[in-house]
Design a protein. Structure first.
Ligand code: PLP
Length: 463
């Protein structure tokens, strides 16, 4: 780590983009954080942008990047262990994604699938289908602009195709912030002054072994909804995230039977299964999709984040049962399935395939988990280490008691790591889970450097 206040003294805005030989050096801190140019940017953002958005790093701006290194305006370099929250599977500005996007930009920037068929729209469906779970290998694609829109489309497809009004979700869960998806997203903050939101939604318990909720208890809570609350004839679907990212990387799909039993329950009762793969999808968890850990095929699968190669794209893959009954003309989007985003998403999938990055995510993720377990041996505040592939978390608790979340410490460790040049995040219903989601191709030396920084940050905060 270099700390040289003079290095950035005369650099202009944008001058922090490194020369090639600087790219491999990992963390470089040349100013106090935030540096002067960053401070000015932060002030400008405060003047311009609605304050409604919670900022994970309120005094930081992310100006540019290369692979797994992010640069601020002052020339500080950070190791990115978060990838814009699970979007940049290949790091920032992967050359092949840039080339694919540039080529498409020159052909057609916008075309509306509502007006005419767009080749890139078919390309992304075919690309996703080529790696999809067995039951969706012939699935049909609908493309919108974000993960939230993907969930909206999934809910509409389930309800409109089945003719039934109710969808069962889990607690805790995160499926996005639009008003439909918000029905199934836990947490009071996003629901302030939105009373009455829960019409048509029923909630079961997500399996959370560390908090004493077993897979069996989770399934029982689903069964109880049909036993005590609504008739199965009124229920369209069950929506779940295979590994629940925002709620704290809770690995439901890693349980040997939970998802299979859920599939059987859905089939026995005539319900559709919606797998929200927005955060899990495209290799993030060391399999192409989160459901692949269980061998279960959903009827509807949502996609977002990495599927646009960094541009806004989100959508669903649906099986024939849903597609054939989703009334024609009942859904569409002006910008959805933007051809540039589709082309960049296709190239992302190509690179992941060609470079074996799903397998790498699995093996590198196992290495990271083993390093986190070493930290847990030294810091008893780490109550649980969990995850799969490159979606990994440490839950912080006091007195080794899952009911005593160490929220303050988690926040301080995240900020201490940032001050030392590493980007992580804090998530979970009690804001006590440190979560990382690095690029699938992040070099081992960055991983080691970042974990050393996280170690130092624990030491500093717990001293
Ligand atoms: N579903 C899941 C599982 C997510 O993790 C997210 C975002 O983090 C969403 C949906 C919403 O995606 P977006 O923020 O693109 O609307």
């Amino acid at each position: 780590m270099v700390y040289n206040m003079k290095a950035s003294a005369n650099e202009g805005r944008g001058a922090s983009t490194p020369k090639t030989e600087e790219k491999e050096k990992g963390i470089r801190l040349v100013t106090e954080l935030p540096g002067p140019k960053t401070k000015a940017e932060v002030e400008r953002a405060k003047k311009n942008n609605a304050q409604v958005v919670y900022q994970m790093f309120p005094d930081w701006e992310d100006e540019s990047g290369s692979g797994s290194i992010l640069y601020d305006a002052d020339g500080n370099h950070f190791i990115d262990m978060l990838t814009g929250v699970g979007v940049n599977h290949l790091g920032v500005c992967h050359p092949r994604i840039v080339d694919a996007g540039t080529a498409q930009l020159k052909r057609l920037i916008h075309g509306n699938d509502h007006v005419a068929h767009i080749p890139a729209y078919s390309d992304i469906t075919e690309a996703v289908r080529s790696v999809a779970p067995e039951g969706l290998r012939n699935g049909k694609g609908f493309w919108g602009n974000s993960g939230g829109e993907a969930v909206e489309a999934a809910l509409k497809a389930a309800r409109q195709s089945s003719g039934k009004p109710i969808v069962i979700g889990f607690r805790p869960a995160f499926h996005g912030r639009p008003m439909g998806a918000l029905h199934f997203t836990s947490g009071p903050a996003g629901r302030i002054n939105l009373a009455g939101l829960m019409v048509g939604a029923k909630m079961a318990d997500y399996p959370y072994e560390y908090h004493g909720v077993t897979a069996e208890m989770s399934l029982e809570s689903v069964e109880k909804i049909l036993k005590y609350e609504v008739r199965k004839e009124e229920v369209a679907a069950i929506i779940f995230e295979p590994i629940a990212g925002e709620p704290g990387v809770i690995p439901g799909a890693l349980h040997p039977t939970w998802l299979r039993d859920l599939r059987k329950f859905a089939d026995d009762n005539g319900l559709l299964l919606i797998a929200d793969e927005v955060q899990n999808g495209l290799g993030r968890t060391g399999k192409w999709f989160g459901v692949d850990h269980s061998g279960v095929s959903p009827d509807i699968m949502t996609l977002g984040k990495a599927v646009g190669g960094g541009l806004p794209l989100g959508g669903v893959l649906i099986n024939d049962k849903v597609d054939s009954r989703w009334p024609k003309g009942s859904h569409a989007s002006t910008f959805g399935g933007n051809p540039v985003a589709c082309a960049m998403g296709v190239e992302t999938i190509n690179v992941i395939k060609e470079e074996g990055l799903v397998e790498r995510a699995a093996s590198e993720g196992a290495y990271i988990q083993s390093r986190f377990r070493e930290l847990a041996d030294r810091y008893p505040i780490i109550g649980d280490v969990r995850g799969a592939g490159m979606l990994i978390a440490m839950e912080l608790v006091k007195d080794q008691d899952p009911k005593k979340p160490a929220k303050d410490e988690a926040g301080k460790i995240k900020m201490a790591a940032w001050r030392r040049g590493v980007i992580t995040s804090v998530t979970g219903s009690d804001s006590n889970v440190i979560r990382i989601a690095p690029a699938l191709n992040i070099p081992r030396e960055y991983v080691d450097e970042a974990i050393d920084v996280i170690d130092q940050s624990f030491k500093e905060v717990l001293a």
